[in-house]
Design a protein around this ligand. Structure first.
Ligand SMILES: [Cu+2]
Length: 211
């Protein structure tokens, strides 16, 4: 009896600690996971400022980008370092969408991830604090094929460190599909040689016939 109640209370305490650390809120609407409202990233002396943004997700936002099916209302965000960002995530579709930021410090966000998810049409608000770094972070929807179909954005902190591939309206595809003719140097030379050969045989044939 004593052992089982000991195990029970320890388990409850562990669950509480994990939950506080992971900062998870969930319901029938969806979830907000790994928020950070207060904890300062390494190298930040204080919260340098506050910013609020609204990100809308849905098929509607894919329309300006041929080849995409899903999209965000904005595909790039620029934030200063050490700044508290309040994100309002709006889902305008009747299917599940996420807004996940990757590569954040793991001592603040388990697996380096700040995760917002809405099971259908709706709205949720979550908070994170930008690290003391000049880095470009990936934000996307992790539902199968949603990122590949356009639900991909980049979050630049402190100016970032370049663009990520395949960001709609910002960067080109990393691996473009190869099709059509391959106009390599060899191919150009071969085409030229065939053309000259063809032309000279025509001229020869024409001259020979007219004699
Ligand atoms: Cu999605």
């Amino acid at each position: 009896m004593r052992v089982s109640s000991f195990v029970f209370c320890i388990t409850l305490m562990l669950l509480a600690v994990t939950n506080v650390h992971a900062g998870m809120r969930m319901g029938e609407w969806g979830m907000v996971m790994n928020e950070n409202m207060e904890q300062l990233p390494q190298g930040c002396e204080k919260i340098a400022g506050e910013e609020s943004i609204t990100i809308k997700a849905g098929r509607e936002y894919a329309k300006p980008f041929p080849g995409t099916i899903f999209g965000y209302s904005q595909h790039e965000f620029n934030f200063p370092k050490c700044t508290r960002i309040t994100v309002t995530f709006v889902n305008e579709d009747d299917i599940r969408h996420q807004f996940m930021i990757h590569g954040l410090p793991t001592y603040l966000h388990p697996q380096g991830m700040f995760h917002m998810e809405l099971y259908s049409r709706g709205e949720a608000t979550g908070t994170f604090i930008t690290p003391n770094s000049e880095q470009t972070y990936l934000a996307h929807c992790d539902i199968a094929q949603h990122m590949e179909k356009g639900m991909k954005a980049q979050v630049k902190v402190g100016g970032g460190n370049g663009n990520l591939p395949s960001i709609p309206g910002i960067s080109g595809q990393l691996n473009r599909d190869a099709y059509g003719m391959d106009w390599g140097v060899g191919n150009i030379l071969l085409t030229l040689a065939l053309f000259i050969l063809g032309l000279s045989s025509c001229i020869f044939f024409f001259v020979w016939r007219s004699k």
